[in-house]
Design a protein around this ligand. Sequence first.
Ligand SMILES: *[C@@H]1O[C@H](CO)[C@@H](O)[C@H](O)[C@H]1NC(C)=O
Ligand SMILES: *[C@@H]1O[C@H](CO)[C@@H](O)[C@H](O)[C@H]1NC(C)=O
Ligand SMILES: *[C@@H]1O[C@H](CO)[C@@H](O)[C@H](O)[C@H]1NC(C)=O
Ligand SMILES: *[C@@H]1O[C@H](CO)[C@@H](O)[C@H](O)[C@H]1NC(C)=O
Length: 475
Amino acid sequence: MEQRERSRTKWITYATLLISFWTCAKGQFRYSVNEEVQEGTVVGNIAKDLGLDKATLKERGVRIVYGSTEPPFTVNQHDGFLFVNRKIDREEICDRSKVCVIDLKTVLQNPLEIHHVSVEILDVNDHAPSFPENKSTMVISESALPGAKFLLKNAHDADSGLLSVQQYKLSPNEHFRLEVKDRGEDRKTPNLVLEKSLDRESVKSHVLLLTALDGGKPAKSGNMTIIVNVSDVNDNPPVFSQESYSVFLKENSPIGTTVIQINATDLDEGSNGEVVYSFGKDVDPRVRDVFNLNPVTGIIYVAGALDFEETARLEIDIEASDKGAVAMKTDKTIIIIIIDVNDNEPEIEVTSFSHALPEDSKPGTTVALISVTDSDSGLNGKVICSINKDLPFLLTPSLQKNMYSLVTKHMLDREQQSQYNIIIFAKDAGEPSLSSEKNIEIIISDVNDNRPVFSQSPYSLYIPENNSPGEKIFS
Ligand SMILES: *[C@@H]1O[C@H](CO)[C@@H](O)[C@H](O)[C@H]1NC(C)=O
Ligand SMILES: *[C@@H]1O[C@H](CO)[C@@H](O)[C@H](O)[C@H]1NC(C)=O
Ligand SMILES: *[C@@H]1O[C@H](CO)[C@@H](O)[C@H](O)[C@H]1NC(C)=O
Ligand SMILES: *[C@@H]1O[C@H](CO)[C@@H](O)[C@H](O)[C@H]1NC(C)=O
């Protein structure tokens, strides 16, 4: 119990004015007692302080008057001790005023005597700081710059002075620190200060614990969980799932064939993370005719006829773009390699041809030059030429690729066969193979290679005698 001596001031009250001529002593006595002490706790001794004889206390009916309610203190009529009558809550009586004093009147009768007794109720740390809510959610944009401040709700503590909220603490977090503004009169305002930029794509939500501490010993605390939701900013471009895309495509792929599905993802949220695909700006219009790109799925389809012989390799620039207010874009080149299919038959061309071949031509005489071409590549374009083996002609490959010469195998005889119809057959090595054929007509021209021949040799004939001169004998 702490006794506080204050300067003795004479009090003039309504009661003392009325009855001043009766009272013989008007003093002010001041006691102090902690709030919340147990009933029966002694505060002081009235008899001693007023200089009254203990014996007269009961006689003169000493009592405590405190408004119309039951007083918080009573006096023992035998020994004059003033003691606590009921539990006293300082905050209930005085709220947050710095000094809390209860004024009592000690009344004695015969003659009526009133003494003022003040009891100061001393604060004890019977309240903990508390926040208006246990949990508070706030949203901070990931574009917020370090140094940005965010006001937090303050905690209240019903105790006064040093026993009220004295400090705030924040759970350790690399992104935030706490700044407390002291507004005087026990009003301290906590502010959350951004220390390091937020990145929604790495941490969507931060959970912080704000602790308010009072100045008691030991200090009481109150906590509030602060949830910081990080709101999105379009700060990530779409990223393709593959470093490079290449695909093989048969040249005879029908319209509607899926060529490839490309896929790009964007870490941002909502429309900032929605990806659409399109052809790059510089894409050849012919590519746009032959391929379709689904902007949503990223599937590239065949939309027209492909021709390996025309284009064997295509590079298509694709753009993935998000739907942010200021869209972010990423380019990628798709390589399409067209695979040849055996769709071209060999073409036979007779480049030189002597129409009529003298029958006495030496073996090996060139009759015609034949060239074959096949637009396909590889085996599909590898051509083998042949003619019927029974003919007196040979097809000999020349040094030049795909060139043949048609030569005579041996001497010919117009008188035996005056004309040949040669079928040149060309076949590629594709699977299945394609072939073509061409007819060449060769006419054998006559040479004077035959002596007149008598039908009989020798001729033997009979001539009748007595012929007239000049008469035919024989033919
Ligand atoms: C705050 O939390 C405490 C302890 O978890 C709980 O008893 C109390 O009801 C909560 N108050 C509110 C307003 O949620
Ligand atoms: C507030 O949080 C701190 C730190 O976790 C803890 O020591 C303290 O007991 C908490 N106070 C209350 C009233 O829950
Ligand atoms: C914060 O984020 C959580 C989880 O994503 C969500 O449930 C809550 O509604 C958000 N709060 C606010 C205020 O945005
Ligand atoms: C794209 O890739 C992402 C991440 O790998 C995946 O979740 C998503 O399903 C893919 N989309 C398609 C259409 O394949």
